[in-house]
Design a protein around this ligand. Structure first.
Ligand code: LLP
Length: 421
């Protein structure tokens, strides 16, 4: 459930009419609902109670500092994958002890940043990384808490570009080699091994791959303990999918996921961490756009809108479906019409939907792409020198611009022409 509903025939975010935001901010823009973010975060904390746990929001899905502040103030931890994301979490007031650092390519500089600023743990992904972290920690005279990410070789049954738990993927160490790698970690100075990390992919719509992975982690916990390691914490990653189309089968709920965690690893006495991104932020955001032209093509009508692939890349990158709804509620009996919904970018791939049945639309009409909160604004670019679009946060009857649209002067001022040219 989210908080983007029609009231009196107009799409609202909580208590604010989308058309009112559009009139103030201009289109296109992202709009997030604080109530939805809050509700989704609580679904996870409730699902994991009474196990000791920390829900670490995967910042990569939506990284605006205002959103991080909202979640951080609720008690959320943060999963970061770069020095930039670490800085965002800290700028949002999240203490280091609630920040976990994931990612296959952490640089020594990023390690130093987190070790001096405070960190809950590094989720180490390889032996070279482990050795580098040991050196950096020793040089700073501190001890780095670590888990090691294991690759359980499980098929997450999701889009191949976002599956991470198969042996051919670049992530983690093969679970079969865990004993050897943990032994080396335990012997390295400057590291303290505290747990195990696993993440098998994103937009999982079935629980079974999680179950397979977590059972392997439970076995590994017992084995590593018998080998003398102190396994106190299990980071079980993110990845729970969301419904993108209303007609889709409903993916499992956080309560089912929580029950699965209890069933598979609940008896080990470990503190549980999870790193959900999409389920918290995905349906908490929409992308609002307006129709520039309706163009009659050869056997089809194009709806040319002012948002494009540079603003929301998921349809062109993954063939992802996003529901599109008009901001003015259509009459119930209105006939639908098929449109190809496209942006202004000069690529055929700049297509949001083909032959999508929508109530008839005209120039200037506002539409919203639903489920755009996760991996929307964070993946945007300025391709075709289209400015990054603003982000707006709604809470009750209030809205605020939480990232302004840059001016063209700002964009052009980033380029410099060398004196010798
Ligand atoms: N933890 C780790 C280590 C991850 O790599 C990811 C996502 C997450 C947590 C959060 O997963 P989530 O709960 O959001 O599924 N751009 C793609 C998704 C990429 C996901 C990458 N890793 C998309 O638009 O579908």
């Amino acid at each position: 459930m989210d908080h983007f509903l029609y009231h009196n025939g107009l799409l609202h975010a909580e208590g604010v009419a989308i058309a009112d935001i559009a009139a103030t901010v201009g289109t296109p823009f992202y709009c997030y609902s604080a109530a939805t973010l809050t509700r989704h975060y609580h679904l996870f904390t409730e699902a994991l109670t009474p196990m000791p746990h920390l829900v670490c929001f995967a910042i990569k899905s939506l990284s605006n500092v205002a959103v991080l502040k909202l979640l951080g103030d609720l008690g959320a931890g943060m999963d970061v994958v770069s020095g930039g994301e670490y800085r965002r979490a800290r700028a949002a007031g999240v203490p280091g002890e609630r920040i976990v650092f994931s990612g296959v390519g952490k640089t020594r500089e990023e390690m130093r940043l987190a070790l001096t600023g405070g960190i809950r743990q590094f989720n180490v992904e390889s032996e070279p990384e482990m050795r580098a972290l040991s050196e950096v920690a020793v040089s700073l005279g501190v001890v780095a808490p670590i888990t090691i990410r294991v690759n359980p070789d499980v098929d997450a049954k999701t889009h191949e570009k976002i599956a991470t738990g198969k042996s051919e993927n670049k992530f983690g160490i093969p679970i079969a080699r865990a004993s050897e790698v943990y032994a080396e970690a335990a012997a390295l100075p400057g590291l303290r091994v505290i747990g195990i990390d696993v993440h098998i992919g994103s937009q999982l719509t079935e629980l079974e791959p999680f179950e397979q992975a977590y059972l392997k982690v439970a076995d590994l916990t017992r084995r590593l303990r018998s080998e003398g390691h102190s396994i106190e914490r299990l980071d079980l990653g993110g990845g729970l999918g969301i419904p993108y189309a209303r007609s889709n089968e409903a993916p499992p709920l956080p309560t089912d996921y929580g029950a699965l965690i209890k069933r598979t690893v609940g008896d080990l006495g470990c503190e549980i961490e999870i790193e959900p991104g999409r389920l918290i932020s995905g349906n908490a955001g929409i992308l609002v756009s307006s129709v520039i032209y309706v163009k009659n093509g050869e056997g089809r009508d194009f709806l040319i809108v002012d948002a494009a692939m540079n603003d929301l890349v998921r349809p062109s990158m993954y063939g992802a479906h996003h529901d599109i709804v008009p901001v003015v509620e259509p009459a119930v009996a209105q006939d639908l019409q098929p449109y190809d919904v496209v942006g202004p970018v000069c690529e055929t791939g700049d297509t949001f939907a083909k032959q999508r049945a929508l109530a008839p639309l005209a120039e200037g009409d506002l539409i919203a792409f639903r489920s755009a909160g996760a991996y929307g604004s964070v993946m945007a670019s300025e391709y075709n020198t289209r400015p990054l679009i603003p982000e707006v946060l709604v809470k009750g009857d209030h809205f605020a611009v939480i990232r302004a649209r840059p001016t063209f002067d700002e964009i052009l001022s980033r380029d410099t022409i060398p004196a010798w040219l």
